[in-house]
Write a protein that binds this ligand. Structure first.
Ligand SMILES: [Zn+2]
Length: 324
């Protein structure tokens, strides 16, 4: 974590770059710094109250839609930078500590600046749980049925925004009801950047090699958890790396009456959990890979639902507050 002192410098740089866009233009979201922010979230649900410790599905879905309003969040673009500032500011409202973890990705003749976003909640009282999702989106819809779309960036409502949406809402809940153990939320950058496996998972790979004080005892990764028809079998790499932990999570889902979690073995999926597993943090991937809009221009909010986010959010909160 030797790069973290760059936090302030980086934020100032971002503010400089984004200042004109964030302030004053018609139709552009205006950010209010957290220090003076009572609840000026652009989608604050006026008149609605939130009970402590409870996941609010409507709010989680608003987080999904909000990310998509920025457009595709492709590293190196303005929309990506704007989204990074927004996610940082949201987490800053709720977490005890938030930092950017910047890193450079060199690909062909380009150098692209990327940032993981790390947030800490609660005190380390003998255990730390990591929750993760990726906040970038794929630069090209290479699985689109229409060849004309295959170089178009995807919106990533499910592939990216859904996991982040659940974690932002969990962050809000953690502020309202502090967790009994330390929780770290990490939003990885550069998960979906490359065309090949060697150019994907950039943020998780960098983090896994630079964890420092952010190292957790175990982790849960959320990816593609917004599908309207949610089906979550046990992901095979997770099960192979940490069988007891995987089965305990799915058993807890069954106890909670969440049948979308299916206690059967699903496919093995390469994802951000693998670098963490290799670095000694057993991490379970909760993912619905049976999604016909995966890496197509049709990965849009209407293919997702608040109910699906709710199912996953409720399970994760149950694990945080009651353990496994
Ligand atoms: Zn993807």
């Amino acid at each position: 974590m030797n790069r973290l002192p760059c936090k302030l410098k980086f934020r100032l740089l971002l503010w400089g770059v984004l200042g004109l866009m964030l302030f004053g233009s018609d139709g552009v979201w205006v950010y209010t710094p957290a220090e003076s922010d009572t609840d000026s979230s652009p989608f604050a649900l006026v008149g609605e109250t939130f009970s402590d410790g409870t996941f609010n599905a409507k709010r989680a879905f608003a987080y999904l839609e909000k990310q998509c309003e920025f457009g595709p969040r492709v590293p190196g673009t303005t929309a990506h930078q704007e989204t990074g500032v927004y996610l940082f500011a949201e987490l800053e409202k709720y977490a005890d500590e938030v930092v950017f973890q910047p890193f450079e990705f060199r690909h062909q003749d380009k150098t692209i600046q990327m940032n993981n976003i790390l947030a800490r909640f609660g005190e380390d009282s003998g255990g730390t749980m990591l929750l993760a999702a990726h906040w970038d989106t794929r630069p090209f819809a290479d699985r689109d049925p229409n060849p004309a779309n295959r170089d178009t960036p995807i919106l990533g409502a499910n592939d990216g925004a859904s996991g982040v949406a659940v974690l932002l809402e969990i962050a809000r809940v953690l502020k309202s009801k502090p967790p009994p153990t330390q929780v770290i939320i990490i939003l990885f950058d550069g998960e979906d950047y490359g065309r090949t496996v060697s150019t994907m998972f950039q943020g998780s790979t960098y983090f896994a090699q630079n964890m420092g004080k952010w190292k957790a005892d175990f982790g849960i990764l959320l990816d593609m958890v917004g599908d309207r028809t949610l089906a979550l079998p046990m992901e095979r790499y997770s099960w192979e790396a940490a069988r007891d932990l995987t089965e305990a999570i799915w058993r807890r889902a069954e106890e909670l009456g969440l049948p979308a979690f299916q206690r059967r073995l699903g496919p093995a999926i390469m994802d951000d959990h693998l670098p963490l597993i290799r670095s000694g943090v057993p991490t379970i991937n909760i993912i619905d890979f049976d999604y016909p809009y995966w890496h197509t221009v049709e990965d849009t909010p209407d293919k997702c639902s608040a109910e699906s986010l709710d199912i996953v959010g409720r399970l994760v909160l149950a694990i945080i507050y009651s353990g496994l």
